[in-house]
Write a protein that binds this ligand. Structure first.
Ligand code: AMP
Ligand code: MG
Length: 418
């Protein structure tokens, strides 16, 4: 394959979208896994199923503050003819009643406290009157009411969280509740961001008429983290060959993501700088719109992407090519969140290249997901992203009629467990 790929680079030929994806897939580094505390694991992806070491609830308990009773003693109770029971003790959360509740007896019980032996039902405080050492039960609906049974939520050995799921606050609480303190997680891949462009200034800095605010840095940083990667280094470099080469050479990360400087302009230095730093080019330029100049290279286990500088192209290339790679390093399939949607209007690709056409999704009660074409699609127009929820890919000349269904690549990282 490598001969083939080099030829593509030398011929200055274009790859198809699927050829480019196949090359990325063939170069995915091995995912690394480590064990950590739950706290450190929050936000990371589980590398193994987590199985319940004990059932939940761990013991049969009360769901209400009230009285633990025996159903056969009180089944005839009514507000007009309440049944009197003798209070023989109390079961509190953390301090259970150790005796046995006998005929015509009851115990006071708190929510979550162990149901004493002999009792089979709980009557909430509101349905009782306490007088001296007696309680009058005014009503009971069913045997077993307001009892939480041992194991009714799950049993020992059930899978609580599947591999590939991102550990959330609620997930960490669940594992803590059953005594799991450590988890095996995918180590997030380390990504360095190298933003090229002598015209760029940071937001908040003074800006001259011919300068541009660097919007790619914040966008890519957020997108990398959202995809489950970790940004370890983030710098801006001017359009200078030497500066770019030195920056690439000294950057330590699993993936270097460059922005800008990969076209055919006199000030585009990323390809040469990557080559001089020992990276082997795997592809350059894809027959697509936007994002034509995407560049991909490898040095041992390290990968480098050269994203186009245009913010829209940079984002689209990230979502279509880089995000699936980061996902796969978190144990997920190399792929995209897809939604099938009905076109609400005629859409056609009048261009020469496959078009990643940005679309706005909406939900209609009868048709489910529907799409409209997002108005302005220029690769310099960031509103083409903010006014859209995803994109469809149309081949040159391809059209879809209103009412037809098509697969939409969703921007949001809606994740399915594997
Ligand atoms: P380049 O790919 O470097 O030729 O850049 C293409 C276009 O995108 C130029 O108009 C740049 O000014 C613009 N651009 C490049 N990098 C950024 C960035 N980080 N933020 C916003 N615009 C950028
Ligand atoms: Mg540039």
């Amino acid at each position: 394959m490598e001969k083939n790929i080099k030829q593509k680079v030398q011929d200055q030929d274009y790859l198809s979208i699927s050829e480019a994806l196949a090359i990325i897939r063939a170069n995915i580094p091995r995912a690394s896994i480590n064990e950590c505390s739950l706290e450190a694991g929050i936000g990371r992806y589980l590398a193994a199923d987590v199985v319940a070491p004990e059932p939940s609830p761990r013991y049969t308990s009360s769901a209400m503050d009230g009285y633990g009773v025996r159903w056969q003693d009180v089944l005839a109770a009514t507000p007009e003819a309440p049944v009197a029971l003798k209070i023989v003790g109390e079961s509190q959360a953390g301090a259970q009643f150790n005796g046995v509740v006998g005929e015509k007896e009851a115990i006071r019980i708190s929510t979550g406290a162990v149901l004493a032996s002999g009792c089979d039902s709980v009557v909430r405080v509101e349905d009782t009157v306490e007088e001296g050492d007696q309680v009058f039960i005014k009503t009971i609906k069913a045997q077993g009411q307001d009892v939480r049974y041992l194991g009714e939520e799950f049993s020992t050995g059930e899978v609580l969280l599947h591999r590939g799921i991102r550990l959330t606050a609620a997930g960490a609480a669940l594992l803590t509740s059953v005594g799991v303190a450590r988890v095996s997680v995918f180590q997030p891949c380390e990504v360095a961001l190298l933003i090229t462009g002598s015209e760029l200034v940071a937001v908040g800095e003074d800006i001259a008429e011919d300068q541009i605010r660097d919007s790619n840095m914040i966008m890519l940083k957020a997108a990398i983290e959202d995809a489950g990667g970790k940004v370890v280094h983030c710098i801006r470099v001017s359009d200078d060959e030497d500066v770019t080469q030195k920056a690439i050479a000294k950057t330590r990360a699993d993936i270097i993501l460059c922005s800008g400087g990969i076209s055919v302009g006199r000030h585009d230095h990323v390809k040469k700088a990557a080559l001089d730093s020992g990276y082997i080019p795997l592809f350059w330029r894809i027959w697509q719109k936007p994002g034509k100049p995407l560049y991909f290279a490898r040095k041992d286990e390290k990968l480098l992407f050269g994203l186009p500088g245009n913010p829209v192209s940079a984002f689209m290339c990230f979502i279509h090519y880089v995000r699936p790679l980061i996902s796969s390093l978190n144990g997920l399939p190399f792929g995209w969140p897809m939604v099938s949607a009905e076109a609400l209007e005629h859409m056609k690709n009048n261009g020469k290249r496959p078009n990643m056409m940005r679309v706005k999704l909406q939900w209609r009660t009868n048709s489910g997901h529907c799409i409209r074409h997002a108005a302005k699609q220029g690769s310099h127009m960031l509103t083409s992203l903010t006014h859209a929820d995803g994109y469809i890919i149309l081949e040159p000349g391809q059209e879809i009629q209103a009412g037809e269904r098509i697969d939409v690549f969703h921007y949001d990282f809606l994740r399915e467990p594997v």
